[in-house]
Design a protein around this ligand. Structure first.
Ligand SMILES: NC(=O)c1ccc[n+]([C@@H]2O[C@H](COP(=O)([O-])OP(=O)(O)OC[C@H]3O[C@@H](n4cnc5c(N)ncnc54)[C@H](O)[C@@H]3O)[C@@H](O)[C@H]2O)c1
Length: 402
């Protein structure tokens, strides 16, 4: 029988892709990890009543509402989990924090730096009352990625010289793919840059413990007009736009930039939705004076490690299967070699968030860490507009080394 005497009642806004991923993690987290609080999936919100009712039933939520303001004000909610497009993150998060609710907000934190700053200020005010806020950069919690950071922090790579990061997708290669919200600047803030570029910015800053200080960028919108969407608005929408009215694509399809990190490393970043054949290919390589580590999301249980301190005759890339009980997050799962997947990163995210909220500590990445990512996104967009002009990144309050 459970000995946990504290419930953490979650209210989640949005029930599609991330809503489903987060629901799975909220459902699972207490069954896998020993935590100081028990999650209750109290309330889910979506704008369409029949769809949100169906989602509540399918995903395991106790009740539903069609108005996020009611969710934020509800006495049945301690945590607000924001799984909506970026245009609503700021308003929902600030209202939730003002109502004394802990907040988990999907990435990117906001659509603009100004909104992200407002959210950081709201989180700082709420923190004085013990209210916690975190941004959902889930890839930090893939065990191999967390282990990468540990190797860097333990000095196993020596001085970091290069960071090479790419996040590649191909879901809009077809010009008939409809103009979904991710292709509209007022809804998404930016395109490939903020959607998937944000992930590799956060991941590389987290792994290296270093911040990006300046960038030179190019961005491109390869297909400038697309058919207006008919039905589904998510990543799974079909290229079904033949013959329909069109509208302008107002975000980047791809962003490529070089950067400097504050520890002296040079970095390259590539984020594209036009990498034909690449479905969700996130790859990061870090070269240091003593070694190299490589992570590839399509082989997420593995880490490649080259240890240059070994005798010359034994040097070579070692494939580490990151499934041992000693590896981050893994002791609660299966016997060694019994691999895990994408969805587990969200369970790990909820584990750390629940632990922090229940013990009164600050979860990471904080809104300030996420603002720092937003400042990089902004610098990349400005650099691209100015013909790749070198653009410094303002330093906010992020503490990626913490
Ligand atoms: N961490 C990750 O790996 C990851 C992956 C995908 C998306 N995301 C992020 O998650 C967020 C949501 O993306 P998604 O792919 O789930 O989008 P989606 O289109 O699949 O789902 C969006 C949901 O928000 C709901 N919604 C929109 N506006 C709303 C409003 N005003 N009130 C209530 N509900 C509203 C929609 O009905 C839908 O249920 C975005 O910020 C995105 O960048 C993160």
């Amino acid at each position: 029988m459970s000995t946990i005497d504290r419930d953490l009642r979650v209210g989640m806004v949005g029930y599609a892709f991330m809503g489903a991923a987060h629901s799975q993690a909220w459902r699972t987290v207490n069954r896998v990890y020993d935590l100081p609080a028990r999650v209750r999936m109290s309330l889910i919100c979506g704008r369409d009543e029949s769809k949100v009712a169906d989602a509540a039933d399918r995903l395991g939520w106790e009740a539903y509402t069609t108005d996020w303001r009611r969710l934020v004000e509800s006495d049945e909610v301690d945590v607000v989990d924001i799984c909506t497009p970026g245009d609503s993150h700021c308003e929902i998060a600030i209202a939730a924090l003002a109502a004394g609710k802990h907040v988990l907000c999907e990435k990117p934190l906001a659509n603009t730096v100004d909104e992200a700053r407002q959210m950081v200020a709201a989180a700082a005010r709420a923190r004085a009352d013990g209210v916690r806020a975190m941004c959902g950069f889930n890839y930090r919690r893939v065990p191999a990625v967390t282990m990468m950071r540990q190797l860097v922090a333990d000095g196993r790579l020596g001085v970091i010289r290069h960071v090479r990061a790419a996040y590649l997708q191909d879901w809009i290669v077809d010009p008939q793919f409809p103009l979904v919200w991710r292709l509209q600047k007022d809804r998404a803030g930016s395109g490939a840059l903020g959607d998937i570029g944000a992930h590799i910015i956060d991941l590389t800053q987290y792994v290296t413990g270093q911040l990006i200080t300046g960038v030179s960028a190019v961005t491109e919108t390869f297909v400038k007009e697309r058919p207006l969407p008919a039905g589904s608005s998510g990543l799974a929408a079909q290229a079904d736009g033949h013959g329909r009215a069109t509208g302008p694509v107002t975000v980047d399809d791809a962003a490529v930039f070089v950067a400097r990190l504050d520890g002296g490393a040079l970095a390259t970043y590539e984020a594209s939705r036009f990498a034909t054949g690449r479905k969700n290919a996130l790859r990061v390589e870090i070269n240091g004076s003593l070694g190299t580590v490589v992570f590839d999301l399509e082989r997420l249980n593995e880490l490649e490690f080259y240890d240059a301190t070994r005798p010359a005759a034994e040097q070579g890339f070692t494939r580490i299967l990151v499934t041992e009980g000693e590896h981050p997050y893994m002791s609660a799962w299966w016997p060694p070699g019994h691999i895990i997947g994408y969805e587990h990163s969200f369970t790990h995210q909820m584990r750390d968030f629940v632990e922090a909220v229940a013990t009164g500590t600050d979860p990471a990445p904080s809104f300030a860490d996420a603002l720092q990512v937003q400042l990089v996104l902004d610098a990349v967009a400005r650099s691209a507009e100015l013909g790749s002009c070198w653009t410094e990144v303002e330093l906010a309050l992020a503490d990626v080394a913490a």
